[in-house]
Design a binder for this molecule. Structure first.
Ligand code: MG
Length: 379
């Protein structure tokens, strides 16, 4: 079946039938490819459902119109799939990696991750990317014959987009490329860039909607200004919300178009013929042209300075820091505050002196609203 479904893929694409396989042996799926099976397992996890109530930049209860981690994830998957098809690389694998790329995020976005990492500094630290892998490998607990989701090697390797050497040594084969200084697959590289395209652009829209940044401010960023002017030239009487929408639409189109064209050029330039050529290539193959890299970087810098460091956003992140630190301290002082079934499931780890990791997993899995509710209950 996978031969039929993957017959249009280029020679440098990963293929289900050549997968390095799953940790626990399973019969091949009858009506879909291995990577489709991965994608479908990811969608049915509790971690995936909880993305709906996790912050991207704005807290979920601030309004129903803002992105959440779930809508962000769907946008990444949409952009990445379209680009994967244009590049003739594996769309199912790209989608599986995209849908799982943010599973490991804590409540309250990056602020949550930073404080949880600080709480865990003497116990191995916390990194959302490694947590995503931990969720699909170990924490999801639904199948009778294996822990986690037993995903194929290529999906797991794609989820792990960065990793330091200490962690890589502990994680084994899935992290080997970080020790060997090899590249991720084209599907993994693509997801990574599409993640950036998605969040930069939706943060513009959400930032304007929340009145934290203005059109005037954004007009200092050349890519925004140019695309807005083109939109206004074609539609001079556009309302403000449609100007934003049309400009963002054009920027995404421009970035994705540049990404596909430039990546195709790189495939030629580096003489990429097989997945192994990608792996041993000195440079990343999927990337913007130099000109677009600069434009994109300017946009990123703008958002960093004007949106992520905006006093109102900072107020939210300060609150997040307090909530997470308090929760960590409360559970550390009395581990019996954790729910009974969770405690029972993790008893062995707690006995083996891994109580902090168990607490960390519990907090990282929380949604924003659950963390706030739990904090109110305990303090
Ligand atoms: Mg993301």
């Amino acid at each position: 079946m996978s031969k039929l479904f993957e017959k249009n893929l280029a020679s440098f694409s990963l293929r289900s039938e050549k997968s390095f396989g799953r940790k626990y042996k399973e019969d091949p799926p009858k009506l879909r490819t291995e990577f489709q099976r991965d994608r479908e397992r990811i969608i049915h996890t509790t971690a995936f459902r909880r993305l709906e109530y996790k912050t991207q930049v704005f807290v979920n209860h601030e309004g129903d119109m803002y992105r959440t981690r779930l809508t962000h994830t769907i946008e990444v998957a949409q952009i990445a799939r379209a680009a994967a098809r244009a590049l003739q690389i594996n769309e199912d694998l790209t989608e599986a990696i995209s849908l799982s790329h943010d599973l490991g995020h804590t409540p309250f976005g990056h602020a949550g991750q930073d404080i949880l990492n600080e709480c865990m500094k003497n116990f191995g630290g916390f990194e959302h990317n490694i947590q995503s892998l931990r969720i699909v490998d170990k924490l999801e607990n639904v199948y009778p014959s294996f822990p986690g989701l037993n995903l194929s090697f290529e999906t797991r390797e794609g989820i792990l987009k960065k990793c330091n050497k200490t962690h890589a040594k502990k994680l084994g084969d899935v992290a080997m490329r970080f020790l060997k200084k090899e590249q991720g697959s084209l599907e993994a590289q693509l997801t990574n860039v599409c993640d950036q395209i998605a969040y930069n652009n939706h943060d513009i829209q959400d930032g304007i909607r929340a009145k934290k940044i203005s059109l005037e401010q954004l007009s200092t960023v050349s890519i925004f200004k140019n695309q807005m002017n083109l939109a206004l030239k074609e539609y001079p009487k556009l309302s403000k919300s449609k100007i934003v929408n049309e400009t963002v639409r054009r920027i995404i189109n421009l970035l994705v178009g540049d990404l596909i064209t430039n990546s195709k050029k790189n495939i030629e330039k580096y003489n990429i013929k097989s997945p192994n050529d990608v792996r041993i290539c000195e440079k990343e193959v999927i990337c913007f042209s130099n000109e677009m890299k600069k434009e994109n970087m300017n946009l990123k810098r703008f958002l960093h300075k004007n949106l992520y460091k905006h006093p109102d956003v900072k107020k939210m992140t300060d609150k997040a820091t307090i909530v997470i630190r308090d929760l960590f301290n409360a559970y550390s002082q009395d581990i019996d505050l954790l729910p009974k079934p969770f405690l029972k499931h993790n008893m062995l780890k707690i006995k083996e002196n891994e109580a902090e990791r168990v607490i960390c997993d519990y907090i990282a899995g929380m949604t924003d609203r659950f963390a706030l509710k739990e904090h109110k209950k305990l303090y």
